[in-house]
Every structure is written in C-alpha cells, then in structure tokens.
Write a protein that binds this ligand. Structure first.
Ligand SMILES: [Zn+2]
Length: 189
C-alpha cells in the first residue's frame, strides 16, 4: 500500500484560495514524470507534507443549530442543540464521523506525511485586503507568509500588532470557533 499516497488538493473555485490545500513533494526536478514518482512513492521521491485549511474553519465542521444560528461545540456528536434543545440541526462532518466511527482512534499508515493545518490570511483578525496586498508585494505568496517569513520581517511591513496576530494564528495559538451550517469558522486572538 505504500504506492498509495495521501494528497490534499484544492478544488480551486477561486484563484486566491488555490493554495489552501497543497502538497509538498520531494522531487529531482519539476516535471510530470517526477510528480508521478512522488505520488507513487518511487525511487525516493515522495510526498513530504500535506497542507490544508484547519478543519475547524470549514463551513460544515460541526453541527449547526438553525434556530440559534450558531455551531455547536460539544465534545460528542451533536444531534440536538444544548442551547435551545431544538433538533433543527445541519449536521457537521466532525459529528457525522463521531457517530459512524468504529474505532476509538484513527490510525494512519507509517508513510503518511504530516498534515499541516493552515489559517489563511483572510481569517486572521486585523488582516484586511490592503494588508494582504502589502504582504504579497513583499513576500510573493501566502504560502511564504504563513510558513516561511519571520515575525520580524512581517513586522517591518505591517507593524507589530498585525504581525503578532499572524504569527499567533499560524502557530496554533489562536482560538477557533468552529464553522457549521455553511458558515466558515472564526479565529479570535
Ligand atoms: Zn439551538
């Protein structure tokens, strides 16, 4: 089974969101031949990491009470609303998995690469369109800003407050209110 690889790919509804999901590959050059080898885990080529939107931020992560107009963040699967007791619920992915799973913990094959959660810039408090334009002018891609550029370098472009928001959000220090019912999750710092 080691010829099967875990991949994370964007469905690319819009260009600015195309790198919300992507794969980091070990290849010798950028060619289709090398990419095929990496996907098949051949000759030392392989997938090094999967990157994807933090699932909590997804539009259907948790069950959502249509009457309270908010997602439900209890630890078990939510089939009724603990706030109003109602059953007018749009089911969440997490809740569905909790209900149908037949093992206590998920087990990944040994060759599975790490899955790195991403908090896109548009989700980070204080980061608006103008700030994103400035950051992209300086660092070219959102992938660079979220995973490579140092806090000092970001600070030099957008100031201390926004830089620390970006670093905290990308380090997993932010609080995330789960998305549900077609509404994205929210980051607070
Ligand atoms: Zn409710």
């Amino acid at each position: 089974m080691e010829t099967r690889s875990f991949l994370t790919n964007s469905d690319a509804h819009s260009l600015p969101r195309i790198a919300r999901e992507y794969n980091k590959m070990l290849v010798e050059d950028i060619s289709f031949k090398e990419i095929v080898k990496a996907i098949k885990n051949q000759d030392g080529r392989r997938i090094l990491a999967n990157y994807g939107l933090d699932p909590k931020l997804g539009k259907y992560h948790r069950s959502f009470c249509e009457d309270c107009n908010d997602s439900i963040e209890i630890t078990e699967a939510a089939t009724t609303c603990p706030r109003c007791g109602g059953v007018n619920i749009t089911f969440g992915v997490f809740d569905r998995i909790e209900l149908i799973k037949d093992k206590k913990e998920s087990k990944s094959p040994k060759h599975r690469p790490p899955y790195i959660y991403q908090v896109p810039l548009t989700f980070i408090p204080g980061v608006g369109g103008k700030t994103i334009d400035k950051l992209l002018d300086n660092f070219e891609t959102e992938m660079n800003i979220l995973h490579k550029v140092s806090q000092d370098d970001i600070e030099a472009v957008v100031g201390e407050k926004i830089a620390s928001n970006i670093i905290n959000a990308t380090n997993g220090k932010a609080k995330v209110h789960s998305g549900g019912g077609g509404v994205y999750g929210k980051v607070s710092l």
